[in-house]
Design a protein around this ligand. Structure first.
Ligand code: ATP
Length: 512
């Protein structure tokens, strides 16, 4: 299966097993908006719990809050979102479709890269073991021609981006003869800036200044509550405030399933530090956050840092943690050193003093801030895409299994009476009563035991517990492990501790 095919299969699997549905599907759905189903919500809650407990329990000086989606409109002036949270958009006059101009150019550049990669692959095939890629790239006329084209467009694109030159974006699109994939024409409008914030009317007046924004990031809720938390919690710098919540962005190029949505959830932590120490904390949080990811056991090689060359207006250092998604390494989490930009601007615009008196220095200052920001939905996609496997079992049989890290699995244990009679369902209910206070479980008595195992594999349940006729006598059950498919027989009384050993969130947290 190619990675692209795998991605399609994954999307279908998510729907078939109640993980993710397109929103309002009976009305043909809504672009880039998705609902989490009965399995999805459990996995999502477990991801959030893993993050929350790691942040607020493993760091003595990080506390949590839950602020509102709606905030005073001046918040977004202070944060810079009203002026600068824009994408450059262009419309095709024939298809009436809207595109991000930067994405059209990036797709064009990616196609050139693909052509070069194909040439290199051909060369490798032709020359076999003696193939020298560096020499081939430096001498092959086709590669050189494509590379020169790439460099020229790339340089123009970066210059347009740096200068925020919308006319230059359009000229690149025209010069590269980029066509609309739907109409196939080059009948483009001018490029213009489009603000990504959704807005709605505040209340009663309906006047232009009565606008409320749906927050495009949760971070600002933390900044405006900084003083309240610091004072009421008697917090001493350095300390952090964590928050999980919805954010909204009017993403125009909404592709790649839940990777880019209009309504999504963020897990953000703002860590306030003494000015001048921010780089040290930036490095500490980079390390801390990478450990959190790697502790899940999805392979350290599937993560990498990508430092930003071009820094956002508020940052003096920034990096992404990228994950190896089915469509390549892409941003999963951002770590930014935001200086005193946010608190400083809120202080200016609100007229309220937002300062910290540092007893060790004997002076007051506006704290600097290091942010870690990860999308719950992207994390969900990372877990799911890594976990999905089709395994050949021999004899032409195969199974689809989600090898979700056990503490995150939506259902931890399935209780299955071998048959629906002879007192087995009753004993199975006893087993349920034994475990239900500790673990999310499913009880299933329909179909053959093989089919029931497959259903549990497909949702990633770490343990299946089968109750059979012998169980009535010896009060033992058969426990099947999702990953190895090995079966062991253990007393019902030992079930809880056996499951606990594998699925406890505490085990994950200890690995960080
Ligand atoms: P991108 O470059 O992919 O648009 P970004 O740099 O704008 O992302 P940030 O503003 O740093 O993203 O947001 C922090 C995190 O929030 C991202 O790392 C990502 O996990 C998540 N996120 C941002 N936008 C979306 C979205 N539209 N849908 C889902 N998750 C998102």
């Amino acid at each position: 299966m190619t990675q692209e095919e795998l991605f399609k299969v994954l999307v279908a699997h998510c729907k078939e097993y109640g993980f993710i549905f397109p929103s309002s599907e009976i009305y043909d759905g809504l672009a880039a908006v998705y609902d989490y189903g009965q399995m999805g919500v459990e996995l999502k809650n477990n991801i959030k719990r893993y993050w929350w407990e790691a942040m607020t329990r493993l760091n003595e000086n990080v506390v949590g809050i839950d602020s509102c989606v709606f905030m005073h409109p001046k918040t977004w002036v202070a944060s810079g979102h009203v002026a600068a949270f824009n994408d450059p958009l262009i419309d095709n006059k024939d298809s009436k479709k809207r595109y991000r101009a930067d994405v059209l150019i990036e797709d064009y550049l990616a196609k050139i890269e693909e052509k070069i990669a194909k040439e290199v692959a051909k060369g490798r095939k032709r020359f076999g073991d003696s193939f020298d890629e560096a020499q081939f790239r430096a001498t092959n006329p086709n590669v050189l021609r494509e590379q020169a084209k790439y460099d020229e467009v790339h340089n123009r694109y970066k210059a347009a981006e740096d200068a925020n030159d919308l006319a230059a974006y359009k000229q690149i699109i025209l010069d590269c003869e980029i066509v609309d994939p739907i109409s196939g024409t080059r009948n483009w409008t001018d490029v213009r800036q489009f603000n990504l914030m959704f807005s709605t009317q505040g209340s009663n007046t309906g006047s232009a200044d009565d606008v409320l924004y749906l927050r495009p990031e949760t971070a600002q809720g933390i900044f405006v509550e900084y003083l309240n938390v610091q004072k009421t919690g008697h917090m001493k710098i350095p300390f952090g405030i964590a928050q999980i919540g919805k954010a909204f962005r009017n993403e125009i190029v909404a592709r790649q399933f839940i990777f880019r949505m209009k309504e999504f959830e963020q897990m953000e932590m703002e860590f306030f530090v003494r000015p001048g120490t921010e780089m040290e904390w930036f490095e500490k949080w980079k390390e801390n956050r990478m450990k959190w990811h790697v502790a899940l056991g999805m392979g350290a090689e599937n993560y990498r840092f990508h430092d930003h060359e071009k820094l956002a207006h508020y940052a003096n250092a920034a990096t992404d943690i990228e994950f190896n998604f089915p469509f390549g390494f892409k941003e999963l989490e951002g770590i930014h050193s935001r200086t005193d930009f946010d608190l400083g601007n809120h202080q200016k615009l609100s007229g309220k003093k937002i300062q910290y008196f540092d007893p060790d220095l004997g002076e007051s200052y506006v704290p600097y801030c290091v942010e870690t920001s990860i999308g719950v939905d992207r994390m969900f996609l990372a877990v799911l895409s890594h976990s999905y496997k089709v395994e050949q079992l021999g004899g032409g049989d195969s199974r689809v299994v989600l090898g979700i890290p056990a503490p995150l699995a939506p259902v931890k244990v399935a209780v299955l009476p071998l048959v629906k009679k002879d007192g087995l369902p009753e004993l199975a209910q006893e087993v349920v009563n034994e475990i239900k206070y500790d673990f999310a479980y499913q009880y299933d008595e329909k179909d053959s035991i093989g089919k029931r195992y497959r259903r549990q594999d497909a949702i990633g349940t770490p343990f299946c517990v089968t109750v059979d006729n012998d169980s009535l006598v010896d009060r033992c059950v058969t426990v099947r492990d999702r990953d190895t498919m090995e079966q062991v027989r253990i007393p019902i009384a030992e079930l809880r501790s056996m499951i606990e050993r594998k699925v406890a969130m505490a085990n994950l947290l200890r690995n960080i």
